[in-house]
Design a protein around this ligand. Structure first.
Ligand code: 3PG
Length: 212
């Protein structure tokens, strides 16, 4: 079983890529997670964007212990609490408010709060948070933006997500302030709907071979 992450930084050490998955049918969750783990990606962010998401987290937590399942797209206190109750081992949010930051901390789970500006990163740094999601990465300035942040905020590390692909991931992973990248390219809807788990494992294997 993979080590339980205790901090945002621990999430960065799971793999170079964090798959961001949208689960439409809860019964897909466990085979999907097994396919990603088989390809070398144990950390899995299940987005809370579908009615099946919480059950998907529950199933992965129960049936695929070698995966480290977390909840993504957490935007309010209720979702943070529900995700923790479902068995999520970490939380990821697209942006952050003081209430949401408090709610995520209160669950006791490690989290990656989302930021897209220097001031947002500084506000979380003031609270001692140094592991952040950078979202939407490509639309907010991409790797060049993150490179610029390493001078003034060297203590902060990011998981850029949003528009990240296997092609541009190496540009991010080459930066000292990138802990890992996140993306949905590992689990295209067509492959999930067709239960093409081997194809997903192949995508995961390619992603897990990316290195800093
Ligand atoms: C996220 O929630 O992190 C993003 O929607 C994933 O972005 P992508 O689909 O561009 O990888």
């Amino acid at each position: 079983m993979t080590t339980v992450p205790r901090s945002g930084e621990d999430l960065f050490s799971l793999a170079p890529v964090m798959p961001v998955v949208v689960v439409e049918k809860a019964e897909d969750a466990a085979p999907l997670a097994r396919a990603l783990v088989a390809g070398g990606l144990p950390g899995i962010e299940v987005t809370l964007r579908t009615p099946a998401a919480l059950e998907a987290i529950e199933r992965i937590a129960r049936e695929v212990p070698e995966a480290v399942v977390g909840a993504g797209t957490v935007v309010n206190t209720e979702q943070a609490e529900a995700a923790a109750k479902a068995g999520a081992r970490f939380l990821v949010s697209p942006g952050c408010t003081p209430d949401l930051a408090r709610a995520m901390t209160d669950t006791g789970l490690p989290s990656l709060p989302g930021v897209a500006t220097v001031s947002e990163a500084m506000a979380l740094l003031e609270q001692g948070v140094t592991a952040l999601k950078f979202f939407p990465a490509e639309a907010s300035g991409g790797a060049r933006f993150l490179k610029s942040l390493n001078g003034p905020l060297p203590q902060v590390r990011f998981c850029p997500t949003g528009g990240v692909t296997v092609q541009n991931a190496p540009d991010y992973l080459a930066l000292p302030n990138v802990g890992c990248v996140g993306g949905s390219w590992l689990t295209p809807a067509g492959l999930v709907a067709g239960a093409r788990w081997d194809d997903i494992t192949a995508l995961a294997r390619e992603a897990s071979a990316l290195r800093h």
